[in-house]
Design a protein. Sequence first.
Length: 553
Amino acid sequence: MRRFQALLPSLCLALAAPAAAWQAPPAETPSIYGEVIDVRVVNVEVVVTDRQGNRVPDLKPGDFRLTVDGKEVPIEYFTEVRSGQSVAAPAAEGEAAPAGPPSATPGGAVGTSYLVFVDDFFPVEFRRNEVLKSLKDQLAQLRPEDRMAIVAWDGGRISVLSNWSGSQNQLARAFDMAMGRKARGLDRANELRSFRNDVAFSSQTVGDNTPLDTFSRMDSSSLNGSEVAYADTLARQIEGATSAVVSAMRGFANPPGRKVLLLLSGGWPYSIVSFIRGNGPIPTSRQVPDGEQLLRPLANTANLLGYTIYPVDVPGVGTATATPEADAPFAFSSFGEQEIEGTLRFLAQETGGTPLVNNNRSVALAKTSEDLSSYYWLGFSPTWKGDDKRHKVDVKVTRPGLEVRSRTGFLDLSKKAGVSMMAESALLFGGFPGSLELPMRLGTPVKTKRGTIEIPVTLGLPASLLTLVPNEGKIAAELELRVAASDENGNSSEMPVIPLKLASDKPPKAGGFVRYDTKITLKGKADNLVVAVYDPVSGKIATAQAKVPVPTP
């Protein structure tokens, strides 16, 4: 999610006392829960082929060697998926067969959950619609156990066009909605054209061959002023796009079966500098973020959640196939196409998918379904707690002459970071799939002398959210409160974590709510507010979203 300092709504929280029946113990009170055991399983999907590219069946757990950060780890879960069916792993002599993933019943069909992310910010509309129509026409490729969700992003907030569904009719209507949305690729093309006009103008000389822009230069040491400005703009746009994809995956984090992201991206160059310079000299200094630095959060989140990315090339600015009109205002080159395809290749390689470019974009769903028909599912349990670090994963087959395709790593998020990402998804979606309802009432905002806006907030904490334990003669619960604000452009505030420690003489009624009152102080032009309350023991989360009311003068 983009955070730009100039537009950033500043948010701070002042917590008022809770309702009389529930009181907050002193902040220094130790946790009432003790240590919470976190049991996790990391799944790695593996495609094995021979030298001719044919899938290799009937491999056993002992045929694989799985290492994490260079150290071999035992394969605790194993199953082969063949023609969409789960095949039970054979047991080695004297040993029990390893269990398969919970969603893969031996002999049963293994469904695929396709999350389709439509980028409306970079692509050209008619090229985007060509890909969308082809996906709509291929919905018959979905099997009865498959499902699909469709979201679209226009540079601001994400729109959910269809939640998880196996209905071809419902999904077809969602694709029709997607094709009716405005694409903003022409805006990106005009930005590129304006940049290149500036470069052309500044390179002109006068009199004694002095450049009009004496600070403009095209050497191998650095970018000039026009290049830096455009590069920074493009880097922020790509960062916003990747953040939106991350939030979409977090928002649809727990579907059953194999998880696949069909990423319809419309022109994110891997190297922004190479994209700008084309066949010109490439600066040796790194003045703008690009490549892996911008894309790594997306790949890490996909690997964390078990999503395999199949990027679909939707021609946009910088590609020769963006428009059929010869005089259209697009500046493209083979270098531009190479850099954009480099992004697709990176995301696919890091997560174990394949890029769908050129003619394959018109058969994206069919190609993806075919690729998912046969693979191996390996699983292991990390011995460490979530440490917010990236871990390298390597899979090899001990039999000679075979090739392996799988993810290259995973980001092991702590619970705190994971919940914050879920709350960020709620900020984009206006809710979070699977979250509990959190009744919220906003009072009348009041302008303060410091130029901020103070808003009274009343929350109804669901009783089903709370993990209640006896503590010092009372019934107690500990929660985490997160609050964030955003503006109409999708820019968001930071998301502080406020611990809530509550206690009462008696538990709330089943199905009821616990009232909690607070005040929120906003600074900036925020128009949207999201509140998330998380129980770290049960892992449940309740979210609420509301428009910020107009303050009283």
